[in-house]
Ligand binder design. Structure first.
Ligand SMILES: [Fe+2]
Length: 394
């Protein structure tokens, strides 16, 4: 399957994965459906960032799921129950602690049953119910980082639970601030910045909550150089789990669409986060975190440093910036090495390619002309004819 950004999706393309939204139980578009102009208008309305389609050039390229859409829905539903429990005074009991640990255990069992520990960002973003999805994604990313760090199962469980609860204090921030369509004013931001404290106040009323969870929730907006909040503490003074959740939180927030900006691509977020090592983030933890998120997700088209167009077919946790790619249109240097269309190159292990880097993902970019060539469809019958005619006429 091939990932095609919204701008490049066209009528006649066949969906390789369903697209769904929290507002509707049924997918907007299902696997195997051929896109129509009407569907495209709906996808634009919902501001989806792109979709997986069937394409000859991406034959055999499978995107492994860490968590299926159905599983995401189930977890989000469970989280909704827990968050509602926090809103109802009568439920402030140790039962709520059990409930949240159950959710995090369920999530752990799902993730540990897969042999994939590298997150494809596009994969995770197909289910978007912001209230609960952000908490769930922060939980998953924190969990993967914890596993990669070699923490015990018990510690990963605590870390995941803290990730799921990190923004629980937002239930006490007025809804008009939470739902504001645009950047916050100074006074609104001051109230918003109180959510770690609000969260801790709620958590401390629960018997059975661990001090690690409380510490992590309180400190997830601290920065290692001391410029964060609420305490402005530095480096090792910041709880370990709080520093991990900070990474997961920033990564998920920036790769999500906001009312006032589009989602960033994973590679852009990774570049940004690397720029914040030792100021915002702990360098060692960031290094581990970068082993659990794919900069260039499988199925994505990229441009290499010599202008080769290529398709990402596999990622390596050893270096998320140097995936294995399938060459689609060789540039000068890649061609000189004898790589033709269809050659697969492991940019991390194959030494002759050491000076070739991934320059950018072919997404929103005007230079995404490759998407317009129309030679990657495997649609049958009339749809295909129609598109070929269309692209030949252009
Ligand atoms: Fe937060």
């Amino acid at each position: 399957m091939l990932y095609v950004p919204l701008k490049r999706l066209k009528a006649g393309m066949t969906l390789a994965r369903p697209i769904r939204f929290a507002t509707s139980k049924e997918p907007l578009v299902n696997t195997g459906q051929v896109l129509t102009e009407k569907m495209l208008r709906r996808l634009r309305e919902f501001r989806i960032i792109g979709a997986y389609i069937e394409a000859d050039i991406a034959e055999g390229v499978e995107v492994k799921e860490i968590i299926s859409t159905e599983e995401k829905e189930e977890i989000a539903e469970d989280l909704k129950g827990v968050y509602n429990g926090f809103l109802e005074e009568r439920n402030m009991s140790s039962r709520l602690v059990n409930d949240i640990f159950e959710v995090s255990d369920k999530l752990m069992n799902i993730v540990l049953s897969k042999d994939e520990f590298l997150l494809n960002v596009i994969d995770i973003k197909d289910y978007d119910n912001y209230t609960y999805s952000h908490s769930m994604y922060v939980g998953i990313l924190s969990m993967l980082t914890g596993i990669k760090l070699g923490l015990t199962r018990g510690d990963v469980s605590i870390l995941t639970t803290a990730g799921l609860l990190h923004d629980i204090g937002k239930v006490d921030v007025p809804l008009d601030i939470i739902q504001k369509n645009g950047p916050l004013s100074d006074s609104e931001r001051d109230i918003m910045k109180k959510h770690p404290e609000f969260g801790v106040k709620r958590l401390l009323r629960l018997s059975g909550i661990t001090s690690e969870i409380v510490g992590a929730v309180y400190s997830h907006h601290e920065k290692v150089d001391g410029t964060g909040y609420p305490q402005g503490i530095k480096g090792d003074k910041i709880p370990y789990f709080g520093k991990i959740i900070a990474l997961a939180d920033v990564f998920d927030a920036l790769t999500s669409v906001r009312s006032y900006r589009n989602a960033w691509h994973a590679n852009e977020v990774i570049e940004y986060m690397m720029g914040c090592a030792n100021t915002h983030f702990d360098m060692q933890l960031l290094k581990t975190f970068l082993k659990v998120v794919a900069a260039y997700p499988v199925g994505m088209m990229v441009r290499l440093s010599d202008n080769t167009t290529a398709l990402v077919i596999k990622n390596s946790e050893s270096n998320v910036l140097r995936p294995t790619v399938r060459i689609l249109k060789p540039g000068e240097e890649v061609a000189a090495l004898g790589a033709k269309r269809g050659t697969e190159v492991d940019l991390f292990h194959e030494k002759e390619y050491y000076n070739i880097t991934v320059k950018e993902s072919l997404n929103e970019a005007e230079e995404g002309e490759f998407f317009d060539q129309g030679d990657y469809f495997i649609n049958s019958g009339e749809e295909k004819e129609e598109i070929k005619t269309e692209s030949q006429q252009e």
